[in-house]
Ligand binder design. Sequence first.
Ligand code: ADP
Ligand code: MG
Length: 729
Amino acid sequence: MSELRFRVVESAFHAKAKEVTVPAERPSEYFGKYVFSREKMFKYLPSTVYARLVDAMDHGAALDRSVADEVASGMKRWAEELGVTHYTHWFQPLTEGTAEKHDAFVEHDGKGGMMEEFSGKLLVQQEPDASSFPNGGIRNTFEARGYSAWDPSSPVFVVDDTLCIPTVFIAYTGESLDYKAPLLKALRAVDKAAVEVCHYFDPSVKKVVSYLGWEQEYFLVDEGLYAARPDLLLTGRTLMGHEASKNQQLEDHYFGAIPTRVAAFMKDLEIQALELGIPVKTRHNEVAPNQFELAPIFEECNLAVDHNMLIMSLMRKVARTHGFRVLLHEKPFKGVNGSGKHNNWSLGTDTGVLLMAPGKTAEENLRFITFIVNTLMAVFRHNGLLKASIMSATNAHRLGANEAPPAIISSFLGTQLSRVLDHLEESTDEELVLLEGKHGMKLDIPQIPELLIDNTDRNRTSPFAFTGNRFEFRAVGSEANCASAMIALNAAVAEQLTDFKAEVDALMEKGEAKEAALIRVIRKYIKICKPIRFDGNGYSDEWKAEAERRGLDCETSCPVIFDNYLSADSIAMFGSTGVMTQVELEARNEVKWETYTKKIQIEARVLGDLAMNHIVPVAIEYQSKLIDNVYKMKGLFSAEEADKLSAENLAIIREISERTAYIKEHVDAMVEARKVANKIGGERAKAVAYHDTIAPMLEQIRYHIDKLELIVDDQMWTLPKYRELLFIR
Ligand code: ADP
Ligand code: MG
């Protein structure tokens, strides 16, 4: 059996970089080739239809049936020129992936033949047979079917022979069954609330856009090696494997020269991403061996989320054509860095102002401070919820482990900004009174260095760091749909900005000047949300104790963390912003708990299977060889000498017996524990049981397997080892 291992190692070793054909045009020319962009809309649609569609895209105006028909027909014409024959509603169910069902453009022509047809009705709404998507009980009654509806704010695109139409997925009773529907609601909520607050500074602001720039980390593994690891294949991570003697200690991989096979993959991926309108920009090696990162230029949040979903599927596809498999799991390898997806987030106005960036004048900086402090307040009030929004069975391996943000949400501001907030906090009422109009600006708010961007004291341990003109939510998992984090964050900020405006207005109604009222409320908030600010080492044990004292959410159990979605504060926040109802939140948590259970269940089965079919037999076979040797020694040497010479082997024989016995017993115990857990009624309780009893067993069994790996003859070991998975490319 170890033959397979050596064969795949050998062929991986000799694999050569694939030739990538680079388009003759420049990237700016092939960018968006497969996207029905505004430019193409203008070309393929009658001008009145174009105007109506743009209105729908920018302002959410409804499209009537006749307009939809014309849009559909223009889209079809464009797509057919690219050789497209099918279309699909492309949506984001509550799995981490996307879903699509392809239909051909054909219809009966009424004369016994076929014709190509794509009506507005098919563009706007469909009823995918969606009974098997997770819904948390919302669709249990069969009348409550689900349908997908076109989201005109994200452009349609072509993949191979299919026109893909981004859609929301909702139940007929109105509840969302996906990520996109609540995301669009959260974006609308933050837009509305932020515009109101912007009016204190500039009455001409009509729209505030939420921006997202994600940084996607991933591992690449040679396809043959991957195929010889059933655990990678079935769970996305290695459930066993001793650390290689060398891993990332030398830090010689990070930002190093990109290996040629990988470089070819990246080039190919980038070309295809650009053609799909994804503005990819940055690529580099990450900290761990065979770990890499890809980042685009930031975009409007809804579009950025779609693009991230799209690029994850593109990565999987392109990797295979280069003889690689891409690992998007947050922790594919124990003992080396995990993968995250930093979510760079900010708000900007239609007048071109980045609200998280300091400005030049006192007034601009008051606006800057307003948005920073309100964001901190939102993160403080909902720190538990934000943690829940990024938590999953897979990301749980990364959070709290030593190289990743801890399972506590805090915010890093850097010394300059901290100093400004401290100064405001300490300001006196007399100073506030001096703030009549813009004249007596005594508080030196204007003295914020304009270039906080690229401030050097960046703190890599902070889960929510201010980085000059944006916040970087770093706890997001590499495999996750960014929408989950973006729904929670934008909704929380929307609620907070609304509350802020109410407080400021109340003071102004009592006769306080605008600036004084703004600063008075900000000053109060700075005091309240102080516990969320932390510039120290987030990985330290002292911080855990300190965070506990500060009252931040320090829960580490994934299924329990999900409870945050159902806290009174969360229900009120999602309700008041119109993002999700209690029924939706409850249903989604059912899905989260169920998914958690299933993931651990699958891992437990795979581990049990590998332990009994790969590890124990090989260990025993090796042990038999040693026993054989011990007996033969007795024929060659005197009893006393043979004993002495066989002492080492005897110790190994004993160790193998002990460890294999432990493994067998615990695999059996794990099966029993699963039986008990499976009988528990209620998804939450079941998930908690899986977390508390089964997940730890995986680690205990693994420990002994990894020890066996160190003593068993390398020639006999069947599974590719860490050094092979991590260093061959
Ligand atoms: P890092 O130095 O953290 O690796 P980069 O400078 O490469 O980060 O940028 C990371 C991401 O942040 C990119 O997608 C970038 O476009 C995005 N970004 C930059 N400015 C903003 C902003 N104001 N709002 C949102 N995202 C931004
Ligand atoms: Mg970053």
